[in-house]
Design a protein around this ligand. Structure first.
Ligand SMILES: [Mg+2]
Length: 253
């Protein structure tokens, strides 16, 4: 099995090394990852200047681009044969609820799907990684059998990626794996006004309080209760319920 690994925290991130350790037992690993942190770059593609891959070992490249650039470059140019799966992560921080709309980790998996390769995004729902890095490494024991299971599914769902979140627990404290739906995240005071060194007004986006809500079967609840959450996400964002219900809206148009 050929496995393409990438992330949005950069090629030096601990999470990528942990994912590599988990993946090497499953197949031949190729890493193509950004040369620096690209968190929250979502599905952006570098169109206005070239990107340059630099070889960092056998089947390992760093790229001065986004996670999406990395997946596209790997599949279209760097790998002699197409991968069987794209694994993206392990992201330093959860990707639950609306996070998936901003996440470079999830977008890289979505790019894999767009190019016809089944993909899995993996995130570690720990807060301060400096405190939790040992727990992140612990999660290799949880992740490896899960990846083995998902990649062995007789019918990996078409145009679908699995978004995996790992709880910040020791491996023997994890209660199990739950199939989940996306929860809802609420940021408050996420735009912080401040002054630059010259006294001019600036704003720092991304701080503030995060609160979560969600049904008992949501990703957030699973993590809160000590489970690994696995949420299937579909490439087609069409909301079919509205499409059917809205058919009458156009009758008099
Ligand atoms: Mg990240």
């Amino acid at each position: 099995m050929r496995l393409l690994l990438t992330n949005d925290d950069g090629i030096l991130a601990q999470g990528l090394e942990c994912l590599c350790t988990a993946a090497e037992a499953l197949g031949e690993v190729t890493i193509v990852a950004p040369d620096r942190e690209q968190s929250a770059t979502s599905h952006s593609l570098t169109l206005h200047h070239p990107v340059r891959p630099i070889r960092r070992g056998e089947r390992r490249w760093q790229v001065d681009g986004t996670p999406t650039d990395c997946v596209m470059l790997a599949i279209e140019a760097l790998m002699p044969e197409r991968p069987d799966f794209v694994f993206s992560g392990i992201n330093h921080g959860q990707n639950m609820g609306e996070d998936v709309l901003y996440s470079g980790t999830v977008a890289a998996a979505m790019e894999g799907l767009s190019l016809g390769v089944p993909s899995i995004a993996i995130s570690f729902a720990g807060g301060d990684l400096r405190a939790d890095v040992s727990r992140l490494k612990e999660q290799i024991k949880v992740l490896q059998p899960l990846l083995k299971h998902l990649t062995s599914l007789p019918d990996f769902p078409r145009d679908t990626l699995f978004n995996v979140n790992l709880p910040p627990l020791a491996a023997d404290e994890v209660k199990g794996v739950r199939l989940t739906r996306l929860g809802r995240r609420v940021y408050s005071e996420s735009v912080a006004p401040m002054k630059d060194p010259w006294g001019r007004q600036i704003y720092w986006i991304g701080g503030g309080e995060i609160t979560w809500s969600g049904e008992p079967d949501s990703d957030f609840r699973a993590i809160e209760e000590g489970y690994v959450s696995v949420t299937p996400l579909h490439l087609d964002l069409t909301y079919f319920d509205v499409l059917e219900g809205a058919a009458t809206w156009w009758r008099d148009l």
